[in-house]
Design a protein around this ligand. Structure first.
Ligand code: PRX
Length: 694
């Protein structure tokens, strides 16, 4: 590590004069209280929220030790509340924030924007909650949401929360197969989607993909019979027809409607497949729906949502979060980690289809009455200065993005950044994967001009909110380290035998006691929940990440230690990709390993063996790539596919991925190969390597 990268960046008082936590000693005091007396710490925070029935029983009840019985975690069980009420009605009625902007929506095209106040959002959510109820959706029912980054996505998720139904949001970049699998696993009764949208130049015909998924669901006997569709690309038609006066014209469409039927205009009007009796337009079911809707009062431990994340078995895991604890944790971490102040304009670039979007686009900011930006597009469209032009347009103060986006923009140099003022920025955040010190320093120097602290937040879909993170006014920063535990979080580093290591150490990162935002189970599969997170080291929650602690107590995440990989901040299991490859008739065996990538962090390097009669050609390679895209989605597109006449295996037939990882990297230091059944295969694999020079 260079001298610069080893530097410590101390918070300067002029950065955040009114920070919630202005010094390290104050952080330490608050932290101690949060872990020694969670009842008092979280109990005080809980008082800021509305509870229909306040808690009377034990504040926290749990068992982390599988050897002593069932693992369970309960915060404030017996108390009743509603998270939608807390993030909307409480802000409008108690805090008088009805006219405050909840979201600025920035479309894919720079000309397209909308805004919505807290009061307007509340009304829309109540209307859609009434629509859901009128469609027969009840408490505990599951609603699948497959939408682009538009305001109706927030409306749909909050409407579910209002009536006690569980939302299960599927990122709109996932394929029909992935959507189908998640709908079936969740036993969803209704799907909310949109007609189509653009990501940069690319048209995504979402309804067509949703239809394919619904057909697959039907073929598999799934009872989902209702689908509500937002007319998003078709918004202009609605505005022209006067059906939806509030929607602004979407400029692309505007040209279309006024222009001739050119080839490009057809591009903007994809045909939307429609199944009468099942499909309903959002604007039609919403018209006339009442803006009053009594919330469903839920137990603190009632289910709030399911969100699928990759599992090392290859089958996605339905991570389940509950109402009360998640609400406290998302709200509190948002407040402290971004040092939220009422005049802030906050922007998290994550898609709501991931946990970052759940906790830090929707629930955390809204619980604090914040004004946020929601962005539909991509950082490079129409040019690589788009992020900074949005920062200037809305005077964004707190900005949260992923290392992969930073590395992508870094590649284009400083000029597109410096062209924009960015003087509103106060805090910069990073999430999703380890941020390499070089990218950290670029973010700090070029984007933040050395006046914005960077919060590198380590957490997981399973944790619901930030676990290790600096606090902007308090923590001296080390580039590449997620610093210290957030309130209520007790980390430990274990060695292979499960012993806790003290001081400077490296090993498995685990957590020793529950925090309010942690997952409660894997939907419909509690034994798998226990086996995945609690079995390896009884008494601890196991993250699956490796970690180092330095002499100053800073935590440094070293990456996954299971067979998961992290592509552009998104987890993917190698076995999920292997099964997708194996479904191709030409493939007899496959083994997938992670490979370093300068922008994405990691990428997929696949080895495939072929059935007799098939030849490894460029067109087969393209087919295999498409196969994985179609099965999982574009993020899973393999960068490298190598033909393997055989795979290195142990005598018991287990593929040694450790060796394949080295072959992919052209690293000949293979260590012990004596356990291999046929070591001669290794030379052949080295000579067939793909060219990995980026
Ligand atoms: O490996 C860690 C990495 O992302 C994993 C969690 O992925 P997911 O559940 O998709 O949630 C991503 C957004 C919270 C972790 O197990 N990870 C996440 N944030 C960081 C990180 N690795 C290092 N530093 C981070 N800040």
């Amino acid at each position: 590590m260079g001298q610069e990268q080893a530097r410590i960046f101390h918070p300067r008082p002029e950065w955040l004069p009114a920070a919630h936590v202005p010094s390290l000693s104050q952080y330490e005091r608050l932290y101690q209280r949060s872990v020694e007396d969670p009842h008092a710490f979280w109990g005080d925070i809980a008082k800021e929220f509305y509870w229909k029935t306040p808690y009377t029983g034990p504040f926290l009840n749990y068992n982390f030790d599988v050897t002593k019985g069932k693992v369970f975690i309960e915060w404030m069980k017996g108390a009743t509340t509603n998270i939608c009420y807390n993030v909307l009605d409480r802000n409008v009625n108690e805090k008088k924030l009805g006219d405050k902007i909840a979201f600025y929506w920035e479309g894919n095209e720079p000309e397209d924007s909308m805004k919505i106040t807290y009061k307007e959002l509340l009304h829309k959510v109540c209307q859609f909650a009434n629509v859901l109820r009128s469609q027969g959706v009840k408490k505990e029912d599951r609603v699948s949401i497959y939408m682009p980054m538009i305001l109706e996505l927030v409306v749909a998720m909050l409407a579910c929360a209002r009536i006690g139904a569980l939302h299960t949001i599927v990122f709109a970049g996932f394929s029909a197969d992935s959507l189908c699998e998640r709908i079936i696993d969740g036993g969803c009764c209704l799907l909310v989607t949109a007609d189509a949208f653009y990501r940069g130049d690319k048209l995504i015909n979402l309804k067509q993909i949703a239809d394919e998924a619904l057909q697959k669901c039907k073929d598999r006997g799934c009872p989902l019979k209702k689908c509500i569709v937002v007319k998003h690309l078709g918004r202009e038609e609605l505005a022209v027809a006067g059906t939806c006066s509030k929607s602004p014209p979407l400029k692309r469409l505007c040209h279309d409607v006024q222009g001739k039927q050119t080839e490009s205009s057809q591009r903007f009007h994809p045909k939307i497949p429609w199944t009468p009796g099942r499909d309903m337009w959002w604007h039609e079911v919403m018209s006339g729906a009442s803006t009053d809707c009594e919330p469903e009062w839920c137990d603190s431990e009632d289910k709030l949502f399911i969100l699928y994340t990759s599992g090392s078995t290859g089958k996605p895991k339905g991570v389940l979060h509950t109402v009360g604890g998640y609400m406290l944790f998302a709200a509190t971490s948002f407040k402290y980690v971004f040092d939220y102040q009422p005049e802030d304009v906050y922007w998290c670039t994550a898609d709501i289809g991931w946990i970052t979007g759940h906790s830090y686009v929707t629930y955390g900011p809204l619980a604090n009455g914040a004004t946020s930006v929601i962005f539909e597009g991509v950082p490079t469209y129409p040019d690589v200065g788009r992020m900074w032009s949005i920062v200037d347009k809305y005077k964004v103060t707190k900005f949260y993005t992923a290392p992969t986006a930073i590395r992508l923009l870094m590649k284009h140099g400083e000029e597109p950044v410096r062209k924009h003022s960015r003087k509103s920025l106060k805090v910069l955040g990073s999430v999703g994967e380890p941020i390499n010190p070089e990218a950290w320093l670029w973010y700090y120097r070029v984007v933040g001009e050395e006046r914005c602290p960077i919060v590198d937040t380590f957490w997981q879909t399973e944790t619901g909110g930030h676990m290790l993170t600096p606090l902007p006014g308090a923590t001296p920063l080390k580039p590449g380290s997620a610093a210290f535990p957030f309130f209520g979080v007790v980390p430990a580093i274990l060695n292979e035998s499960g012993e806790e290591l003290e001081g400077e150490a490296e090993g498995y990162l685990v957590f020793k006691q529950p925090w309010p935002g942690m997952m409660r189970t894997l939907y419909g599969n509690h034994p798998h929940f226990e086996a995945t997170y609690f079995k390896k080291f009884p008494g601890y929650y196991v993250t699956g990440d490796g970690c180092k602690r330095d002499k100053d107590g800073y935590y440094w995440i070293t990456g996954r230690i299971d067979d998961m990989l992290n592509i552009s901040g998104h987890l993917l299991s190698t076995s999920e990709v292997e099964s997708a490859l194996l479904e191709h008739p030409a493939v007899s065996e496959s083994a997938v390993v992670s490979h370093p990538h300068s922008l994405k962090g990691e990428c997929l390097y696949c080895f495939v063996s072929l059935r007799v009669g098939y030849e490894f050609t460029k067109s087969l390679e393209d087919e295999l790539r498409k196969q994985v895209r179609d099965k999982i989605g574009p993020i899973a597109t393999p960068d490298y596919i190598q033909y393997a006449p055989g795979l290195p295996k142990t005598r018991s037939g287990k593929i040694t991925r450790r060796i394949l990882r080295k072959i992919a990297r052209d690293d000949h230091d293979l260590g012990d190969t004596s356990t291999l059944a046929d070591p001669s295969i290794i030379d052949q694999l080295f000579s067939n390597r793909c060219n990995t020079k980026q």
